[in-house]
Design a protein around this ligand. Structure first.
Ligand code: ZN
Ligand code: ZN
Length: 317
């Protein structure tokens, strides 16, 4: 199968430009994350308990793995496996609870970046290549306003879905039902850690992994002609549920499997378990995807610490 999703969702017909634009403070983004951080520090300290920390870990794992990695990223955005609509909605809802955005917002954010990185050049906001301090400020507190942005179309199947429209409209407020449940079960401390601490760490971690995944690490693949390459961040497979294998993802965007031989990919393990009980099917793997002429492979196991010269690709082994 081909990776056509992104290409049909972004329309360059109007002469869009992914390089020229200004980065400006986004009150919503900035206050959302800062408010969560302050709430976590203050209430999480006053009402600290080890049970609250456990809630933080458990709810983070469920929302990041099932919600963000499987629901939002591997299913909604990349359509890398099939499942019943109810299951997709459950997974996407869990993904919304991560606190990064609703389903439409996540698709736009992901696709603009992914598409931009495949071009010959793009704005440093989209490539994460402006230094770690500035990138932190930009990604967690600001928005990029392109001079000539491309048109973006959320596919009808998703755009017309009433549930997704409602979740998109109310994505921040979707923390409230979970907050009430946690409050009823464990009091303020569980809310401070299970909502404020979790959203703070999830949003920060998402940015930090995204920063390193586009700047430093190991590569098995090179995408010729792309402004930005993805990197695999070794040792973070478990913690990121497989999302750290970003060099693989740049090479095989529509694969449901992110970790290749020996690379831990808990998201993939969950998908295989769900497949065994009949809840998901048609899981794409790299070998199922069409060959990409722009894709080159490094010799297996090489550390790409030197700048890669695309004119002298290393032989496939
Ligand atoms: Zn990327
Ligand atoms: Zn992706």
């Amino acid at each position: 199968m081909t990776d056509t999703g992104l290409h049909t969702r972004i329309d360059f017909a109007g002469g869009a430009d992914l390089v020229l634009g200004v980065v400006g403070w986004s009150p919503q983004k900035s206050l959302w994350w800062s408010g969560m951080l302050i709430g976590w520090i203050v209430a999480g300290t006053i009402w600290f308990s080890w049970s609250a920390v456990l809630v933080f870990i458990l709810v983070s794992a469920v929302t990041l793995c099932l919600g963000h990695s499987l629901g939002m990223h591997r299913k909604l955005i990349h359509e890398s496996f099939d499942c019943a609509p109810w299951l997709e909605r459950v997974l996407v809802y869990l993904g919304t609870l991560v606190g990064l955005g609703g389903p439409f917002g996540m698709m736009v954010m992901h696709d603009m970046r992914d598409w931009a990185q495949r071009q010959r050049a793009c704005h440093p906001f989209l490539s994460h290549q402006s230094g770690i301090a500035r990138d932190f400020w930009w990604q967690l507190h600001c928005k990029l306003h392109l001079d000539q942005p491309p048109e973006y179309r959320v596919p009808d199947r998703i755009a017309q879905d009433r549930f997704y429209r409602f979740v998109e409209w109310s994505w921040m407020a979707q923390q409230l039902p979970l907050a009430l449940l946690l409050f009823a079960l464990g009091g303020v401390g569980w809310v401070a850690w299970g909502i404020c601490g979790r959203v703070t760490v999830s949003v920060f971690g998402h940015w930090l992994i995204g920063y390193f995944a586009h700047n430093d690490g190991h590569r098995d693949w090179h995408v010729r002609g792309a402004a930005v390459q993805g990197f695999n961040i070794r040792g973070f497979g478990l913690l990121t549920f497989g999302e750290c294998w970003h060099n693989n993802h740049h090479a095989f965007p529509s694969s449901a499997r992110l970790g290749h031989a020996g690379q831990m990919d808990p998201g993939w393990w969950v998908l295989k378990a769900l497949e065994r009980i009949g809840l998901v099917r048609n899981l794409n793997q790299p070998e199922d995807l069409d060959e990409r002429p722009e894709l080159e492979r490094f010799s297996r196991g090489s550390d790409q610490t030197q700048p890669f010269d695309p004119r002298s690709p290393q032989p496939d082994t």
